[in-house]
Design a protein around this ligand. Structure first.
Ligand SMILES: NC(=O)c1ccc[n+]([C@@H]2O[C@H](COP(=O)([O-])OP(=O)(O)OC[C@H]3O[C@@H](n4cnc5c(N)ncnc54)[C@H](O)[C@@H]3O)[C@@H](O)[C@H]2O)c1
Length: 334
């Protein structure tokens, strides 16, 4: 596929996945614009060594996508919209702000698909979440890796999971309407450089890395028992899947992205401590929420349709993420 002639809008492009994707698409020659309200994303994610890799004056739009008119204006003239903006955060924020999360994500997802349809955008990508799988199917250790249709009958544990499932459903309806080519990926837990480390909004891997870097100023506390397990996807593998879904996965329905093995949060904590090369005592705080028990992906559809497979294992991914976080925190305190 020739990316060099494409005008691409990435919503949420100042966030973790979006900023890595923006960089990758620029490398392929695409004309990339980013829309983000910086709720969790940062303009610094769109920089390398402090230098922006997109033009902030002409290719960056600081905009709140709960504004429907703004979404339509942003979509005008685009060849492809990759819609990644949504409220994403750690377990504490999600469970403490269920109405806000659901409401924001519904508004953003509805406005973006409507804006894209009204603007006549030809190609559109939406990204769902493994948090949408039914709570009861994730309530035991070592469940069989989920297939895409295991998401129904629906009963996600959180409003976030519900909002992302509604987003998938909306994207599917738009696809069936026949005027726009839609691709839908469903990601398991994505981690890697350009992640959020803030204590309020960070997800588990960046939160543990921040605590390890800051130890002993911050105690290395692991939330929950550490027995809970997730299937982790390194961000480069997520970006690869996004490129592949545009190239060969439009109209193919939901495609799940993640490994078929899960890793316990205790093992993640141990890998983070190993990456720190220090002796750091851990404390497990079982008063904190730990969410679903276990899940992993049957990624055979991703293999068959996209030719995708995971390439970065968890130990290597944590080492790379740790190195990035250490540089960022050192620069912030310099
Ligand atoms: N990170 C994961 O583990 C994971 C897993 C499954 C699915 N996803 C999905 O992937 C997408 C990207 O996630 P991410 O990990 O890069 O998260 P992120 O928080 O880094 O990126 C999301 C971006 O959306 C922006 N945003 C939020 N509300 C907005 C609004 N009203 N207007 C404009 N921008 C707004 C945020 O500022 C942020 O930059 C999301 O749709 C998320 O649901 C992520």
């Amino acid at each position: 596929m020739n990316w060099s002639s494409l005008d691409v809008l990435i919503t949420g492009g100042a966030g973790q996945i979006g900023s890595n994707l923006a960089k990758a698409l620029l490398k392929l020659g695409a004309d990339v614009s980013v829309a983000d309200n910086l709720w969790r994303g940062k303009k610094s994610n769109l920089c390398d060594q402090g230098k922006p890799f997109i033009d902030f004056d002409t290719r960056f739009f600081e905009v709140d996508l709960t504004d429907a008119d703004a979404c339509q204006r942003l979509c005008a003239g685009r060849d492809l919209v990759i819609h990644l903006a949504d409220v994403v955060a750690g377990i504490n924020f999600v469970f403490g702000n269920q109405l806000f999360v659901f409401n924001q994500n519904q508004l953003i997802d509805n406005n973006m698909i409507r804006g894209a349809l009204q603007a006549g955008v030809a190609r559109y990508v939406y990204v769902g979440s493994a948090c949408s799988y039914p709570a009861e199917k994730q309530a035991v250790l070592n469940p069989p890796p989920f297939r895409e249709d295991d998401v129904y009958p629906a009963s996600p544990e959180s409003a976030y999971g519900w909002s992302k499932l509604m987003g998938e459903y909306l994207a599917q309806l738009a696809s069936e309407a026949g005027t726009i080519d839609v691709g839908v990926l469903r990601f398991h837990n994505v981690y890697g450089p350009r992640c959020e480390m803030d204590p309020e909004k960070s997800q588990v891997i960046p939160a543990l890395i921040r605590k390890a870097i800051r130890y002993p100023d911050e105690e290395f506390v692991v939330w929950g028992s550490g027995a809970q397990r997730r299937a982790f996807v390194y961000v480069d593998d997520a970006v690869d899947a996004l490129i592949r879904v545009v190239e060969r996965g439009l109209g193919a329905g939901v495609i799940q992205i993640g490994p078929d093995t899960s890793t316990s949060i205790r093992e993640i904590a141990e890998q983070v401590v190993a990456a720190s090369a220090r002796t750091i005592p851990m404390r497990f705080d079982t008063t904190k929420p730990e969410g679903d028990v276990d899940r992993a992906a049957d990624w055979s559809k991703a293999r068959d349709v996209l030719g995708w497979h995971p390439t970065v294992d968890i130990a290597e991914g944590i080492r790379r993420t740790y190195a990035w976080c250490a540089r960022e925190l050192a620069a912030a305190t310099a």
